[in-house]
Design a protein around this ligand. Structure first.
Ligand code: G4P
Length: 560
């Protein structure tokens, strides 16, 4: 059963003996997705401000420091102003426990974003109202849609002249193919953006701007027909808003909780993150209408419910050296069922090894705190288990094994050399760690005279991160040489070594082996693949590893 259908029918049965349902009911685990620059970081900060986790946010000069203290922690991110690595922000709001998972916005880090999205129960999609739906939003949206997660939309930057709100709603339907239900409606736009009308509560919220949007925006709430509305908006805007509201009532999508939870209808909020307009409304509606942690289905068809008594979770991210003061390796685990207790012993379902989860942390940006207990929806960071990999299931019931997290097909390739032989050990250690984290994929060319690391990535910025981190964290200077490959395909495991004939490769092609020991074939261009398959009709190729992606990308829908 697809997750969305299952979730719609999920109503926790009787109170389990060991798992307090209230703990599950109050958890909200989500990520924000957007095209770079639409305002994801700003909205994250503002949610933290309204959630009481930050005292001050967003003032222009403070902004970069605030980022360092919260979601973006890597120096390279600050330097380039992009978000690369992601972390988890947990805070309590209005009785809810919120786990906000940060995702990198840049397309070169899509694979990392994808992994994070396997660990959430819902997303907030931020759209720049002047630009509408952009490429990266579309791609991330597709991933979320396939997984059937509820999507809440925040139309940002209404304080700037932008596209007509009706047009933006239409785009959601025509470009993304999702129904859109306006939860609020903007009152004016650009410099005349004064507030929003809450369609659910039938209230007008007028906001005041605060310097740099550092504090909560003072709000006054009045009835739509109150005299002050016309005074503040002017006759023309008031009439326009009234007309639009009437149109929405007549022709717009009505709110439908089931469709929202199934990912078929997105509740839309208009606002301005930098001015704090509409942020609280989004947060309040999100905690109320979004979903608690949902059951997951393993590829073996086992349904794992959040209130099942045994602990289970999966590793969706590994990161070393997050904090220069704690040079260690953290595996991030999304809890799917049961109760996490520090010091508990679990099994790694991949290899059957038992491990004690003693060094468990809650992370808030760079800050970390020991965590003793957790429930489905929570993310915990476990330190010090070198053999744990991305995608591993850690569980008290070894029969459970969640699906592996699919990899992306690399499109960029480069050879990496350690510059100094004196630092070769550091280079090897560092590279091994970064490969385990999945920062890039690593390959070795088969039958090559010299064993040089060939890096494969979705986007070239990933190489930059590798070099930067090897230098900064391991003191290993490196040189990157371009590799003349453009296409990589995995070779079916049924193919034996003897069947791989170098002579059948097109000029500039190569056989290589990935870190998992799978054989791949590299082509200098798209034209070379048909050339190869013609000469090797028995060799089955795939854009993704055979064992981790049994059917297609969609396989995660049922499991994550
Ligand atoms: P991202 O994480 O999605 O990449 O976007 P980010 O929040 O960094 O925002 C990108 C730019 O958009 C920032 O400007 C930010 O201040 C601005 N922005 C965010 N929300 C709003 C809004 O509601 N209205 C307006 N007008 N701008 C908004 P910047 O100049 O790149 O950075 P900064 O100097 O403001 O820090």
């Amino acid at each position: 059963m697809p997750l969305r259908d299952l979730a719609a029918t999920f109503d926790p049965p009787c109170e389990s003996m060991t798992i307090p349902h209230e703990e599950i009911r109050r958890r909200r685990t989500f990520a924000i997705i957007s095209h770079p620059d639409a305002g994801k970081t700003t909205l994250t900060e503002k949610l933290l401000l309204y959630g009481g986790a930050l005292q001050l946010a967003g003032s222009v000069n403070e902004r970069k420091n605030q980022r360092a203290a919260t979601s973006d922690w890597m120096e390279i991110e600050r330097k380039r102003g992009i978000s690369i690595s992601s972390t988890v922000l947990q805070f309590d709001y209005d009785g809810y426990r919120i786990n906000l998972l940060d995702t990198p916005g840049h397309k070169d880090f899509s694979e990392d974003t994808y992994r994070v999205l396997t660990a959430v129960d819902a997303v907030v999609m931020v759209i720049d109202a002047a630009k509408g739906i952009e490429t990266q939003t579309r791609k991330l949206f597709e991933i979320c849609r396939r997984r059937g997660v509820p999507i809440f939309t925040f139309m940002n930057k209404l304080d700037r002249p932008g596209r007509e709100p009706m047009e933006l709603l239409d785009d959601l339907e025509s470009v993304l193919g999702i129904g859109a239900c306006a939860m609020n409606w903007p009152l004016g736009m650009g410099v005349d953006f004064k507030g929003v009308y809450d369609r659910m509560k039938k209230e007008v919220h007028f906001f005041e701007r605060t310097p740099g949007g550092a504090y909560r925006a003072p709000v006054s709430i009045v009835d739509l027909h109150d005299e002050s509305v016309k005074k503040r908006l002017g006759t023309a805007t008031t009439e326009q808003v009234m007309g639009e509201l009437e149109m929405l009532e007549g022709a717009g999508h009505a709110y439908d909780a089931e469709a929202v939870l199934a990912g078929k209808l997105t509740p839309v909020f208009f606002g301005s993150a930098s001015n704090n307009f509409g942020v609280q409304m989004l947060l309040d509606a999100f905690v109320k209408h979004s979903t608690q942690p949902r059951p997951r289905i393993t590829p073996g068809g086992q349904i794992v419910k959040p209130d099942d008594p045994f602990f289970s979770g999966f590793v969706f991210k590994i990161q070393a050296n997050m904090d220069p003061n704690h040079r260690d390796r953290i595996a991030f685990i999304r809890i799917c069922s049961g109760r996490f207790e520090r010091d508990m012993v679990v099994t790694n379902a991949r290899d059957g090894h038992k491990l004690r989860l003693s060094s468990s942390h809650k992370l808030f940006g760079q800050k970390r705190e020991t965590v003793d207990e957790g429930f489905a929806g929570d993310v915990i960071g476990i330190v010090g288990h070198a053999d744990v990999r991305i995608g591993d299931t850690l569980t008290e019931d070894p029969s459970i094994q969640f699906a592996e997290i699919p990899r992306f097909t690399p499109e960029c390739f480069a050879f990496l050399h350690g510059k100094s032989t004196a630092h070769f050990k550091r280079f090897r250690e560092g590279l091994e760690q970064l490969l385990q984290e999945g920062v890039v994929q690593g390959l070795y060319i088969r039958k090559a005279v010299q064993r040089v690391a060939l890096l494969a990535a979705v986007g070239p910025l990933q190489f930059e991160v590798v070099q930067y981190r090897l230098q900064g964290e391991y003191g290993a200077e490196t040189r990157l040489d371009p590799a003349g490959f453009q296409v990589m395909r995995w070779v079916s495991p049924a193919v034996t070594e003897d069947e791989l004939d170098e002579a059948t490769l097109p000029s500039g092609g190569a056989f290589a082996v990935d870190t998992e020991g799978h054989t791949v074939v590299l082509f200098p261009g798209p034209w070379a693949e048909p050339y190869f398959t013609e000469r090797n009709p028995k060799i089955l190729l795939s854009a993704l590893p055979f064992d981790t992606n049994p059917s297609s990308d969609d396989s995660t829908e049922e499991t994550a």
